[in-house]
Design a protein around this ligand. Structure first.
Ligand SMILES: NC(=O)C1=CN([C@@H]2O[C@H](COP(=O)(O)OP(=O)(O)OC[C@H]3O[C@@H](n4cnc5c(N)ncnc54)[C@H](OP(=O)(O)O)[C@@H]3O)[C@@H](O)[C@H]2O)C=CC1
Ligand SMILES: O=C(O)[C@@H]1CCC=N1
Length: 312
């Protein structure tokens, strides 16, 4: 039992999602504590964990456009061990991969969606299946137009930390219908195995793309800048990076785990007349809050343009 998952366009994100799912499945099969199929989405039930469950993938096909990418992928999945070497990699085999699949994860660049989904035979191969698109800016209406109404289309916005199963994925709300329960469970099991997963209306997708999709890049700018400050003050580079990364992780986990508001966490660090307030004021002088918030605004606006016809 188990279904076949096809990843169409297995680049950075396809690899991140697939490696995370494979690691979770391997942990499940060996009944290790690292098995991770819980749903983080409030109000949804944790799916029952059975390795033979039809809501879990058991076979994997991935496609790319170039032979050298295929070679790189084969060696990458081989090096993962466990189920990794069983991933079938195809070049120019999108239709074949979709024919063999029950669930299709579309991970190509937004501007390639139309060309790939209009390959002869692809629409027919997708009929009756679940298509999960992670493409920024390409709407469900556009995708449905490309594949026809016979395919269930949902959008997901994951991020690169899915690769280490610390991702954040937002999935577009499914209409409430008993016939979509298996789709819903399959989606939850894929994305809650590689981090947090939350359902939201599609209207929020451009903001989610900017905040959590692009977010790792923004966080890394802050991380790198903190480390640079440490280096400026004489810390060795490697230690400065370690201190910055673990500090950001700790602060983020206190917010997520205990639900403590960031302002409370900040205040707890800030001794009157101390060094933290001195640093905070320097950040405020640099308008750091509005700069960061505006970055999310600008990235959201740009996300809404991706996959749309270029403006004249
Ligand atoms: N990068 C990120 O952090 C995030 C990206 N996204 C979205 O994910 C999608 C993918 O981004 P990303 O992974 O960074 O992109 P990549 O360029 O890393 O991956 C795209 C993949 O598509 C393959 N490809 C190109 N043409 C074809 C084709 N005709 N048939 C099959 N495969 C093909 C490429 O193969 P080859 O190399 O052989 O050409 C490559 O493996 C985008 O739509 C993006 O908006 C969403 C969230 C986060
Ligand atoms: O930069 C991009 O367009 C993609 C979408 C979110 C992260 N990377």
């Amino acid at each position: 039992m188990g279904y076949t998952l096809a990843v169409i366009g297995c680049g950075t994100m396809g690899i991140a999602v697939l490696s995370g799912v494979l690691a979770s499945l391997d942990a499940t099969l060996s009944q290790s504590a690292a098995a991770k199929w819980e749903s983080h989405t409030p109000g949804t039930t944790t799916p029952t964990l059975l390795p033979t469950d039809d809501s879990l993938p058991s076979r994997f096909v991935a496609t790319v456009s170039r032979q050298e990418s295929a070679k790189r992928l084969r060696s990458l999945f081989f090096s993962l061990g466990g189920l990794g070497p069983s991933v079938e990699i195809l070049v120019g085999g999108n239709v074949k991969a979709v024919e063999e699949a029950d669930v299709v994860l579309l991970c190509c660049k937004p501007q390639l969606a139309e060309a790939i989904l209009s390959e002869p035979g692809l629409k027919e191969a997708l009929h009756g299946k679940l298509l999960i698109s992670i493409l920024a800016g390409v709407t469900i209406a556009q995708l449905t137009n490309m594949v026809g109404a016979g395919t269930s289309v949902v959008r997901a916005m994951p991020n690169t930390p899915c690769k280490i199963r610390e991702g954040m994925t937002v999935v577009s709300n499914l209409p409430s219908s008993d016939s979509l329960e298996l789709d819903r469970e399959r989606i939850l099991k894929i994305f809650s195995s590689i981090g947090r997963c939350r359902f939201l209306d599609e209207k929020h997708f451009d903001a989610c793309t900017a905040l959590s999709g692009s977010g790792p890049a923004f966080a890394c700018i802050f991380l790198e800048a903190m480390a640079d400050g440490g280096v400026m003050m004489g810390l060795p580079r490697a230690e400065a990076l370690e201190l910055a990364a673990q500090t950001l992780q700790g602060a983020a986990r206190m917010t997520l785990g205990g639900g403590t508001h960031p302002a409370q966490l900040k205040d707890a660090v800030t001794t009157p007349g101390g060094c933290t307030i001195a640093g905070l004021l320097a950040l405020e002088d640099g308008r750091v809050r509005s700069t960061i918030a505006r970055a999310i605004q600008i990235a959201t606006e740009r996300a809404s343009e991706l996959g749309q016809p270029a403006k004249k």
